[in-house]
Ligand binder design. Structure first.
Ligand code: 13P
Ligand code: SF4
Length: 317
């Protein structure tokens, strides 16, 4: 059992002096702390804003602070750097990468594009800036279908997540989506037998899932949405029991936002080890040393930013 599967778990108590140190350093540096929902509860509790990929990009773009401390994974800090070149963007833990983003290398995408002349590329934000720079437009899980529909071409190459691409294709059958063989190990590993058993054990529970899960899992669900979409659904729903098929970090905001609701999770832990690398002391160190800086080189920034800005112009769900 993971810590998150215990309904009482709220993360370790944050010592007052540590909390004060983070507050003081952030004020001294004119810094804002942004965290993804998949980070640890104690990171949520010191962050100025907790969100999903799209929400974090929007927040980075609108904040006035000089420094952004990003608690998430590398591609997210890169996206913040694309959107705010004038700000110093720090990734709290430099080792926090995304295995799915690493499943598409720019050289391989360039090769595939050459094989598919005239086919535009839609790239999930979970990708490097170099891959975004080779793409026509980006999407997140919150806007994938709207972005796909907004594209003029009938045929589209989508990278890197084959599960998200298959999900979007199903909702936009008028498009022909060519998939890339990438996936998120945290969501992809769910096994069907276990989900069927969980559903049988909790027949009243609404099954909610992130579209990074495999199609055979999504076929067993009631609600499919982005991280913030799932949190919103469970918070606002009249239902009392939910089976949560996404990263367990969402359980902390869900328990904080709701009363009298029960959240079940599969036995196979849905934990993103990279998101969990971000620690409170990493935030302190980043603020003290103003490192590690994530800065996208200018030649990549131009085309990558274009793909991200085109995405941000499409309204979210
Ligand atoms: P969203 O934040 O877009 O829901 O994506 C989940 C994810 O895997 C982030 O790495
Ligand atoms: Fe990457 Fe999956 Fe972790 Fe998100 S949850 S950062 S897609 S490995």
């Amino acid at each position: 059992m993971t810590d998150y599967q215990n309904p009482e778990y709220q993360g370790p108590e944050i010592p007052d002096d540590l909390r004060q140190t983070i507050k003081r350093l952030a004020a001294d540096r004119d810094a804002v702390i942004l965290a993804h929902y998949y980070c640890k509860p104690e990171i949520h509790d010191v962050a100025d804003f907790v969100g999903d990929s799209l929400g974090l990009s929007q927040e980075a773009a609108k904040r006035q602070a000089k420094v952004i401390v990003f608690c998430g994974v590398h591609f997210m800090a890169e996206t913040a750097s694309l959107l705010c070149p004038e700000k110093t963007v720090l990734l709290a833990n430099i080792d926090s990468g995304c295995p799915m983003a690493d499943m598409v290398a720019p050289e391989d995408l360039a090769k595939r594009k050459a094989e598919l002349p005239g086919v535009p590329v839609l790239t999930y934000v979970n990708s490097s800036a170099a891959v975004k720079a080779l793409s026509d437009i980006c999407c997140t899980s919150a806007n994938v279908v709207k972005v796909l529909r907004s594209m003029a071409s009938d045929k589209i190459l989508m990278t890197p997540d084959k599960n998200l691409a298959t999900y979007a294709q199903k909702l936009a059958p008028e498009k022909e989506v060519i998939t890339w063989p990438g996936f998120c190990p945290t969501h992809h590993r769910l096994n069907l037998k276990e989900i069927l058993e969980l559903k049988a054990a909790h027949p009243k529970a609404v099954v909610v899932a992130h579209p990074e899960c495999q199609p055979k899992i999504l076929a067993e669900t009631d609600v499919i949405s982005s991280t913030s979409g799932l949190i919103k659904y469970c918070t606002e729903s009249e239902e009392k029991e939910f089976i949560i098929l996404t990263e367990e970090g969402v359980l902390h905001p869900l328990r904080k936002k709701t009363r009298g609701k029960t959240f079940y999770t599969p036995k196979t832990p849905m934990i993103c080890p990279n998101m969990k690398k971000n620690k409170l002391l990493d935030i302190v160190k980043a603020l003290e040393t103003l490192t590690p800086v994530i800065k996208v080189p200018d030649e990549i920034r131009g085309p990558a930013l274009r793909a991200v800005e085109l995405m941000m112009a499409v309204p979210r769900d």
